[in-house]
Design a protein around this ligand. Structure first.
Ligand code: GN1
Ligand code: MG
Length: 364
């Protein structure tokens, strides 16, 4: 990050309704989309930390709608937290009382920092997987009575796998960087699986289950765990809370949390899905989401894992072919590496389809 941008950020955060004097501001390297910073403010009572984000308005073009959704969801979830010990994200308003501000560098928002928690990029135990899955299922259960019509679709067709396939086909057609040939093997793998992308949408159209509000980015590192008790305490990154199919959240959870490697591992021999972690995710998710899922959805859980993994793979592959216009990258073929990981996991899940069936997992 450039030094003058950090200085600029230092000026911007002063426009939020924070007390005391700014001690320090540092970049906080999280996610593929926004620029994130943490600041420390000193007051008479001590020091307080805040998290600031310059929102990526290339990705989220309707920032008021994005902020509307997060405010609506946090209000709803907070009202249903009861004695669960769960903490909900809270914004700090601007000095003018708004949820975000826009300056020449773009839109900015500020959250209270949630102290004494930790997050994990890789899952270290079945208990951790179970707990994360319980937390996301519980989050969805609390959103059950939020009418999806109250939320705006901030990125059109964001969760639609057929749409993601079309985007890949469009990128291949224009091929602005001549990368389609380099990714020929991955492209073939993806196109061969085209029928898969419309399965869930077909079931929803046929009325098998409704669409509902989802979190939409259920990576393990979007759960904050209490440092003292190790228990899941807060769900963060609510940018993609939108109407979709419930199982998207389960699928994304498996994609990331049961993965045996990082999302951009270059050694494909490390890539796969850990079935012990997968079983823990199934059990944890059903513990809290089992009450509202239909039998068809429960049966589709392993398929959703495969479909979401495939769909994120399509998105990385598309961005590689399109010339890295969406996800942040750190190297030339970063998006291709990410796509390879997702597609290798899809292949693994295809091979282990029988073992992943929920009826088997539950019996075992
Ligand atoms: C992006 O930036 P991050 O990591 O929170 C993306 C998700 C993907 C994810 C893949 C708005 O989320 O949809 O699943 O990368 N968010 C957006 O790691 O596109
Ligand atoms: Mg996210």
């Amino acid at each position: 990050m450039k030094r003058d941008f950090l200085q600029h950020a230092g000026r911007v955060v002063g426009d939020f309704d924070l007390r005391g004097s700014l001690v320090r501001l540092e970049p906080f390297h999280r996610g593929h989309i926004h620029d994130t910073f943490v600041s420390i403010w000193k007051e008479a009572e001590g020091e307080t930390r805040y998290l600031h984000q310059r929102i990526n308005d290339h990705v989220f073009q309707d920032v008021p709608a994005l902020m509307h959704n997060i405010e609506r969801v946090t209000r709803h979830v907070a009202a249903r937290s009861g004695a669960s010990g769960f903490v909900t994200l809270r914004f700090v308003p601007t000095r003018l009382g708004k949820s975000f501000l826009v300056d020449e560098s773009g839109p900015w928002r500020t959250y209270h920092f949630i102290e004494n928690t930790q997050s994990f990029d890789l899952c270290d135990s079945e208990d951790r997987a179970y707990d994360a899955a319980r937390a996301f299922g519980d989050f969805q259960a609390r959103l059950m009575d939020l009418d999806p019509c109250e939320l705006r679709e901030t990125i059109p067709d964001f969760f639609s796998s057929p749409h993601r396939m079309e985007q890949l086909e469009d990128a291949l057609e224009s091929d602005p960087k001549g990368r389609a040939a380099i990714a020929a093997e991955e492209v073939r793998f993806a196109l061969d699986r085209k029928p898969m992308v419309s399965v869930i949408e077909g079931r929803i159209r046929a009325g098998a289950f409704p669409s509902r509000v989802v979190h939409g980015d259920t990576k393990l590192n979007n759960v904050l765990f209490d440092e003292a008790t190790g228990k899941a305490m807060c769900i963060v990154d609510l940018d993609t809370c939108m109407p979709a199919y419930s199982l998207y959240d389960f699928g994304d959870l498996v994609r990331f949390t049961a993965a045996t490697s990082s999302e951009d591992e270059q050694d494909l021999s490390q890539v796969g899905t850990n079935l012990e972690l997968y079983r823990a995710l199934v059990a944890g998710y059903l513990d809290t989401a089992g009450s509202f899922l239909t039998p068809t959805e429960v049966e589709l859980m392993p398929f959703a894992a495969r479909l979401v993994t495939f769909t994120i793979g399509l998105r990385f592959l598309t961005d590689y072919v399109a010339g890295d216009v969406y996800f942040k990258t750190e190297r030339e073929s970063h998006n291709l590496d990410r796509a390879r990981v997702q597609l290798a996991m899809v292949r693994g899940m295809e091979e282990r389809e029988r073992e992943m069936a929920v009826s088997r997992v539950r019996r075992g």
